[in-house]
Design a protein around this ligand. Sequence first.
Ligand SMILES: *Cc1c(COP(=O)(O)O)cnc(C)c1O
Length: 390
Amino acid sequence: MGKKERGEDTELVHLGRSPEDFHGVVNPPAVRTSTILYPSLEAFENPSHKYRYGRTGNPQSDSFEQAMAKLEGGYGARVTGTGLSAIVLALTTFTKAGDHVLIVDTVYGPTRDFCTRTLARFGVEVEFYNPLIAGEIRELIRDNTALIYLESPGSATFEVQDVPAIMEEARKKNVLTIMDNTWSGGLLYRPIEHGVDIVLQAATKYIGGHSDINLGFVVAASKEHYERLRLESIVQGLCAGPEDMTLALRGLRTMKLRIVHSAESALKIAQWLQGQAGVQRVYYPVLPDDPGHALWKRDFSGANGVLSVLLNPAPKAAVRAFVDGLELFPIGSSWGGYESLLQPQYLKKYRTARPWKEDGALLRLQIGLEDPDDLIADLKAALERFRGAA
Ligand SMILES: *Cc1c(COP(=O)(O)O)cnc(C)c1O
């Protein structure tokens, strides 16, 4: 979180705030504007005039971007309307026709879709790599490899990547690295401190924290990369709404409390699930027997509240009995909010470097701020229904 002269909790309270710029107003005000007025022709023609047009930046987006740049310890940030548009911005800024890119196989599904449907159509060769590849990524790096894209832990199954080992190879060959850091909220892992060039997040998740916004941002470690991102986001017309930035900065203030609470509950639930009949496997790197545990422990300062459970292979009716009777886990996309959710995962079409071979149902659980004992009771009843129908 910026320079480490102050504690992380103190920084979370202060990031992006400058009451002195707004007559003492404690939170940066929402700025609703398309138009910015100029007092004279001279002001209009002055290229260093600070704000030009609502879409390209204003005092509120500056506040938000400064907060995110500090959160991730980078030079500068650019806000985007969604997490996915932050991903698109990062990938399009740093690729051109004829390039080859290496994308982790456990990447967020829509990132994969963007790469295979759109990036490929513009002449970029997309190759997915095994999340457990570590230093062997050197064998995949070609002369025209423009970037290595990381996301750790991975989506849905939470494989932990050996980021330092990958960074070492990337540095040797001078290949740009981009990391989706949504899992950590910028709190549990700071990729830029480990040499990653570009970090992005869906602020939709833990930063927002209340399931009421879509918002994203990209942070560059260097001035040079930041300038390229800034220009590209202006050219592509990317910006975010004032309400969403206000809500994201509000969420940021309590992110640590929420993430710590959710992680405590998630561990309790993961450990309980591990002992239950009908459960084949629990995916959560905090569990000591999770294959990613050692790397997670080495690199991360904590965990979030998202885990997945693989049920034993069973007829669809049994999975339906599990899911449909739940009271505290409605089916819903997204995670990082205050409420618990369940999202079924269908990974067979989404994994190629490391094909998904499990036949049981994989259910992702987002653990919210409810009493963990109530959540366990709900899951216990679901497993009883599942076993009864299997
Ligand atoms: C949700 C998510 C995104 C996309 O965020 P949106 O605001 O939904 O576009 C990107 N990366 C990861 C890892 C996510 O979980």
